[in-house]
Design a binder for this molecule. Structure first.
Ligand code: SAH
Ligand code: SF4
Length: 369
């Protein structure tokens, strides 16, 4: 299912691909660098302001490209911690992008860390039983331009609120691919997006500050390990044995733990950075102390950090969050086994909870407009 827009967005182009088209149309190649400056450093959203470009070249750009392929429908600051942006695409699909502020101890609010959670597909085909995205089914892959533009919307909005040197750096600190969709099943878009974000002419955003979260597509994890880009990898484990994982994650049939774990290990060894294992705690499904012990073994073996996330209830699904006592007991087993583990309970603070949860809400929110 490939979506072809009426006109491509400039946010999907690399410097080389844009230059190629510019030169082929009889314009000067260096114009591509000027265009990228306007997009990523000055962060403009209209042709008129690109004043150092000749009129005929601007007309050519306008004839062949659009700037933003995504239009904000709702832009709301729900509280000080999370800020959601609902975007409409050309085909009327809706996606959501979230900015999460995690204030750091002893640091002023302006300096608190900002993480942007982006979507990479409309819906998701993997059907994890606890996830609203799985419920919604899969519509289509996003194009790189649709992912990059999510970040640029946030950048523009944050620019207006901060006094950071906007032409130097992005106005947030981390990017996580934890919104709607499975990043490793839209692999080409993922890579093209990362390259554009990374590039000096682009957002100049380091791969080390980008986290890719996957439900465990082992072959693509191995492929990503070989790309030579040092992104962080988070694996949605959610079950420490095949038996438990299979109940809630159909992908486990295709790539069971004995396939997934070696792939994760290969990634870790290639890049030498700690992996993150995400583990949603769901009452009576995966929150037993036995699961905690098995999880501790896996985390040890992979030299991974465990991020426990108390399940966020999704309307229409029967799963529940365990009691605080059960959560504590689970964490205690991990800590006793000397596994680095965190559990975040503050509402909205948890990145996974905040963005792993968007999904169906989107439709509901639109109905509320
Ligand atoms: N498809 C990828 C990335 C998107 S989901 C993946 O599965 O990793 C991002 C995270 O949100 C995943 O860890 C996912 O398991 C989690 N998530 C999904 N639904 C959730 C819920 N109801 N409560 C808490 N986390 C949830
Ligand atoms: Fe898809 Fe990830 Fe949700 Fe599973 S958890 S359905 S892979 S978005």
């Amino acid at each position: 299912m490939r979506f072809t827009p009426q006109k491509p967005s400039l946010f999907g182009e690399t410097l080389e691909s844009l230059k190629g088209q510019i030169v082929a149309a009889g314009h000067k190649g260096f114009r591509a660098n000027q265009v990228m400056e306007w997009l990523y450093k000055k962060r403009v959203d209209s042709w008129d302001v690109m004043t150092n470009l000749p009129k005929d070249f601007r007309a050519w750009l306008e004839e062949n490209f659009i700037i933003y392929p995504t239009a904000p429908v709702i832009d709301k600051r729900s509280d000080d911690v999370t800020q959601k942006l609902l975007l409409e695409l050309e085909d009327k699909s809706l996606i959501e992008t979230v900015l999460i502020r995690a204030p750091q101890k002893g640091v002023g609010q302006e300096d608190s860390r900002k993480t942007v959670c982006v979507s990479i597909q409309v819906g998701c085909a993997f059907g994890c039983k606890f996830c609203a995205s799985g419920l919604a089914g899969f519509r289509r892959n996003l194009l790189a331009a649709e992912v990059v533009s999510q970040l640029m919307h946030i950048c523009r909005r944050e620019d207006a609120h901060t006094d950071r040197a906007r032409e130097e750096i992005a106005s947030f600190d981390n990017i996580v691919f934890m919104g709607m969709g499975e990043p490793l099943s839209n692999y080409d878009t993922l890579l093209r997006t990362i390259r554009i974000l990374n590039a000096k002419w682009g957002l100049n955003f380091g791969a080390r500050r980008i986290t890719v979260s996957t439900s465990g597509l082992a072959p693509q994890i191995l492929k990503l390990a070989e790309e030579g880009i040092a992104v962080r990898l988070a694996i949605s484990l959610h079950g420490a044995t095949n038996e438990v994982r299979q109940q809630i994650m159909p992908i486990n049939k295709k790539y069971p733990l004995e396939v997934l774990i070696p792939a994760a290990r290969a990634f870790q060894q290639r890049h030498g950075r700690m992996l993150t294992l995400e583990f949603i705690l769901i009452e009576d499904v995966n929150d037993s102390l036995d699961q905690a012990r098995e999880l501790a073994k896996i985390a040890h073996d992979l030299h991974a950090h465990v991020n426990c996330i108390p399940y966020n209830t999704v309307k229409g699904l029967q799963w529940r969050r365990p009691s605080l006592r059960r959560q504590d007991a689970f964490i205690e087993v991990l800590r006793k086994a000397r596994v680095s583990a965190t559990i975040r309970r503050e509402k909205g603070h948890d990145i996974n909870a905040a963005c792993g949860q968007l999904r169906l809400k989107t439709e509901k929110e639109l109905a509320d407009v």
